[in-house]
Design a protein around this ligand. Structure first.
Ligand code: PLP
Length: 378
């Protein structure tokens, strides 16, 4: 019984069917998934270059339910920083322009499998655009709650894909509150990238791809964004599965990057708190990192700690400088991605010469054209 696939309460361990429509447990806590993936390298090698090549590691029962644009298998590129080499995974190269498509593809496939016709979610823009695109392909109606300050390109994408956009006055957190209220009232499915555990079953393919691209080896260190931690949690799950399957011998150290204007995880970690503190948020170019109360905050910290990693907090000048630096290298990415790159550059100062360090460029600059254009002028 305990080996069956299941949804598991992150607080009490209570188990639910993997096909239960619930998005949180009876103890009001986020759910995790128990699922035993398998990897046959010879079979994987023969398949198309996309994230569904790891089919037996993705918890969708029937192929007919897969909602996919053939996404994934994004390039790894090496960037020289002085004498050191940083490897970047180009995860802005996805159908909707951000790595959120990894999570959206698996989550919306599961929604199709569950027969869901209407869903609600909240987003700072990219997850909303990604889930809206996959819902459009699957024929599922979606309401997206996003803060008014969201970049206009992301809002246009959400509307263009046919989702019902609900603009919320206030912060990213206010958009979550509005979505939660709507969930209670409409009794709809919560397709939240922060809560819904199927999203992480998609972002975990980030780990599989890096591992395969490095010759089925885990890197020493990975430097990732830490907003709602969808990539950190997914990457940790993915590397843990590869280790358990005997494919690799370690889980890389994870460095989580936040911005100084909104650094609840950094604060909790450095002050050794047992909870996520209430923080005052400032203004930042990095809209994807403006998450004051990450619902899985302690889980993110636990995973980072288990790998011997830590958190960094990047200031606005650095974000601006690194956004423009990356454009001069030919990478037109969102300031949110440049913040993570700034964290990677900071880490590289202490990396050893032979350390294999991988970071990620998460979102296309076309989504933040206004902000980047302002940066160029000033
Ligand atoms: C481009 C981009 N990068 C990074 C993040 C941070 O994401 P997370 O910490 O949830 O992986 C976001 C979140 O919206 C984003 O849009």
């Amino acid at each position: 019984m305990s080996k069956q696939n299941a949804l598991i309460c992150s607080k009490t361990g209570q188990e639910y069917s993997i096909n239960d429509l619930r998005w949180k447990s009876e103890a009001d806590a986020p759910l995790n998934i128990r699922f035993m993936p398998t990897f046959d390298k010879n079979v994987i090698r023969m398949r198309s270059a996309n994230m569904w090549r790891y089919r037996e590691a993705l918890p969708i029962s029937f192929d007919t339910n897969i909602v996919s644009f053939g996404e994934g298998a994004t390039p790894l590129q090496t960037l020289e920083l002085g004498t050191k080499k940083l490897i970047l995974k180009l995860d802005f190269m996805f159908p909707t322009g951000s790595y959120k498509d990894r999570g959206a593809s698996v989550l919306v496939s599961k929604m199709k499998e569950l027969g869901i016709k209407h869903a609600i979610m909240d987003s700072s823009g990219n997850a909303g655009a990604a889930i809206a695109a996959y819902c459009a392909k699957a024929g599922i109606l979606l309401d997206v709650y996003a803060p008014e300050s969201t970049s206009s390109a992301k809002l246009t994408q959400i509307i263009a894909y046919g989702a019902n956009l609900k603009l919320i006055k206030g912060t990213r957190q206010d958009a979550t509150f509005a979505a939660l209220e709507a969930i209670e009232n409409k009794n709809s499915y919560y397709a939240s990238h922060a809560y819904n555990p199927f999203f992480f079953q998609g972002t975990k393919t980030f780990a599989y791809e890096i591992c395969e691209q490095l010759g089925w080896k885990a890197p020493d260190t990975i430097i990732l964004p830490a907003g709602n931690g969808t990539l950190i949690i997914g990457a940790y799950i993915g590397f843990r599965e590869l280790l358990k399957a005997g494919i690799t011998t370690k889980i890389p150290k994870i460095i989580g990057v936040q911005v100084a204007a909104c650094a609840p995880l950094y604060q909790a970690f450095t002050q050794e708190l047992l909870h996520i503190p209430n923080i005052e948020i400032g203004k930042s170019y990095a809209e994807g990192l403006m998450v004051a109360t990450p619902v899985r905050g302690m889980q993110i910290i636990q995973y980072v700690e288990l790998t011997g990693g830590y958190f960094l907090a990047i200031d606005e000048e650095e974000i601006k400088e690194k956004t423009l630096f990356l454009t001069k290298k030919g990478y037109f990415v969102e300031p949110t991605s440049a913040a993570v790159f700034a964290g990677a550059c900071e880490y590289m100062k202490i990396a050893t010469d032979d350390e294999v360090v991988v970071s990620v460029l998460t979102g296309s600059g076309l989504k933040a054209e206004n902000a980047i254009s302002e940066m160029i002028k000033t």
